[in-house]
Design a protein around this ligand. Structure first.
Ligand code: 6AU
Length: 323
């Protein structure tokens, strides 16, 4: 099984540049910790990343939760009011039969008014502390739409995020759309084969299909967000075994906490030990276990906790190698 190989040895088995780079970073920094920074204020966001950066191989962000600047909000508000007013008038007066077509579907993330300084600083921190960036965008639309969302809009994700993720729900075309943008840039994709939440529908046949989709696109899809290696080891091993023992997909696992068992919104946690040793996962994704609560971020304790999670993740991996 790939579980007997070191991260460094596994790097050579991947053709995707982001996957190789991630495995090499893990080996070089002796860290299989990905810190998830779901913090909505730019200053807090950057200071947490600066503090935990030395301990992480990967920083996971979700930029849509960073507040939109006030002037942009006002503009957006006027725009929405205008559309509503137009809708009310046209319905009430029925003067324009065509007006029933005045209903807009938007993807707000495709609007071009983003603060590039945040991306600049994030990229500088990535070089300073030697970590990769994973934008947890969870794409889930048709190929054409996800290609637009990935390449353009406010965030221009493909231009700075080494790794992003997608739900397999639309079928293989979501990979075609994303890879048309990401592959030429040397980016990599993770598919959500399973989720950490209570009652998740991503299981059984759905998980198997996700693996099939990944196999058919190995140049771009190098791994999964999942709760176990999916080859019949450890946690949830009673579920379907879908990966061959020698198939080198990376398994990145959220829902990791040393102290918590869950939150009140369906999140479920396992310890790093359980995830790496019993479930055979490669990278632990830890958010609130490190930075605390989004609105009361404690940078000093985030640093101490990142170090603790890194040590625990690495020690457990070394133990796994000896099995
Ligand atoms: O450690 P937490 O609970 O504070 O944060 C976990 C992070 C959040 C979730 O959006 C994300 O991991 N996540 C994902 C990902 C990474 O795709 C999938 C999943 O099944 N569960 C989950 O929590 O940012």
């Amino acid at each position: 099984s790939v579980l007997g190989l070191t991260y460094g040895e596994r790097a050579a088995r991947h053709s995707n540049p982001a996957a190789r780079s991630l495995l090499e970073t893990i080996e070089r920094k002796r860290s299989n910790l990905c810190v998830s920074v779901d913090v909505s204020k730019k200053a807090n966001f950057l200071s947490v990343i600066d503090a935990v950066g030395p301990y992480a191989c990967l920083i996971k962000v979700y930029l849509s939760i960073i507040h939109v600047h006030l002037p942009d909000m006002i503009e957006l508000l006027f725009y929405v009011l205008f559309i509503l007013l137009l809708d009310v008038c046209t319905h009430a007066l029925s003067i324009l039969p065509l007006a029933s077509y005045v209903s807009l579907k938007t993807h707000i993330d495709i609007i071009e008014d983003f603060d590039d300084d945040l991306i600049k600083q994030l990229t500088e921190l990535s070089a300073k502390h030697d970590f990769l960036i994973f934008e947890d965008r969870k794409f889930a639309d048709i190929g054409n739409t996800v290609a637009l969302q990935y390449s353009g809009g406010v965030h221009r994700i493909a231009s700075w995020a080494h790794i992003t993720n997608a739900h397999p729900v639309p079928g293989p075309s979501i990979i075609s759309g994303l890879s048309s943008v990401g592959l030429p840039l040397g980016r990599g994709l993770l598919l959500l084969a399973e989720m950490s939440t209570k009652g998740s529908l991503a299981r059984g046949e759905y998980t198997e299909e996700a693996v099939r989709m990944a196999r058919a696109n190995r140049d771009f899809v190098f791994g999964f967000i999942a709760q176990r290696r999916m080859e019949g080891v450890g946690l949830g091993a009673e579920q379907n075994e879908v990966l061959d023992q020698n198939e080198d997909f990376m398994i990145l696992t959220p829902g990791v906490g040393l102290e918590y068992t869950g939150d009140n919104l369906g999140q479920q946690y396992n310890t790093p030990r359980k995830v790496v040793l019993e479930a055979g996962c490669d990278v632990i994704i830890v958010g609130r276990g490190i930075y605390g609560k989004s609105n009361t971020v404690n940078v000093a304790s985030a640093q101490t906790l990142a170090e603790r999670y890194r040590d625990e993740g690495w020690r457990t991996y070394e133990e796994r190698l000896k099995l």
